[in-house]
Design a protein around this ligand. Structure first.
Ligand SMILES: [Cu+2]
Length: 126
């Protein structure tokens, strides 16, 4: 009896551990970074339209006060991934540094967690 309880407890722990690992999937995404405020109206667009909007969204707009406050996300592989606080900071730094006006592509590395990216690193792509 004791053994059964122990085994089911061990199984439960194992399931929990697996879920935690799966909830934090390592990702590396390259796409256009846009602020959450501006992209909100385009999340439901077709991938083509959303990509076009994200590509044409400008550095100037991304660095406007309202946009900075709202935070950022990346549109990659037809999907929108908002960033955590660290990602917002890193994205802002790339926007400030880039010589490009628009079509600003970035490579984002971090962990995917509940539809958000816990960002570790962001670099300008291309
Ligand atoms: Cu904007």
């Amino acid at each position: 009896m004791k053994k059964t309880i122990f085994l089911s407890l061990a199984a439960a722990l194992l399931v929990t551990a697996c879920t935690v690992v799966r909830a934090h999937e390592k990702v590396k995404l390259t796409g256009y970074v846009v602020d959450v405020v501006c992209f909100a109206d385009h999340v439901k667009d077709s991938p083509e339209a959303a990509t076009k909007f994200a590509a044409e969204h400008t550095k100037e707009c991304a660095l406007m006060e309202e946009c900075v406050k709202g935070g950022y996300g990346v549109y990659a592989d037809g999907q929108w991934y908002p960033f955590d606080a660290k990602g917002n900071e890193l994205a802002k730094a790339v926007f400030e540094k880039t010589g490009k006006k628009d079509h600003i592509k970035m490579t984002v590395e971090g962990m995917k967690h509940e539809g958000k990216i816990l960002v570790q690193k962001i670099t300008e792509a291309e």
